[in-house]
Design a protein around this ligand. Sequence first.
Ligand code: DGP
Length: 114
Amino acid sequence: MSDTLFSKIIRREIPADIVFEDDEVLAFRDINPQAPTHVLFIPKRAIATLDDATDNDQALLGRLMLAAARWAREQGLAERGYRVVMNCRDDGGQSVHHIHLHLLAGRRMTWPPG
Ligand code: DGP
């Protein structure tokens, strides 16, 4: 797959407000926040879209989700709640082809999404 902005953030070639990192996951604040807290959780091993994930990625995807939940808990966001979203390709609204879980918190979310 081609390099994306997010690979450059992982390699520290472009700056980002990083809030969490472990050996497999990086999380940083979205440059265009849609809520008072808007953080992107990404795997360091790039997968272009959720549709490109395979059974081999099962643990990594779980890790991404649990990293977001743990971070939200640590930040005191869990009690009021939050939303996690992963957009897939054009109709899903995906603009960066390196999977990322959006964590949105700090305001009441609406449903259905626009
Ligand atoms: P999506 O539309 O689901 O592919 O979300 C991509 C998000 O990535 C979007 O909310 C804006 C964010 N984004 C794009 N470029 C950058 C960047 O260079 N830095 C940061 N921090 N976020 C970015």
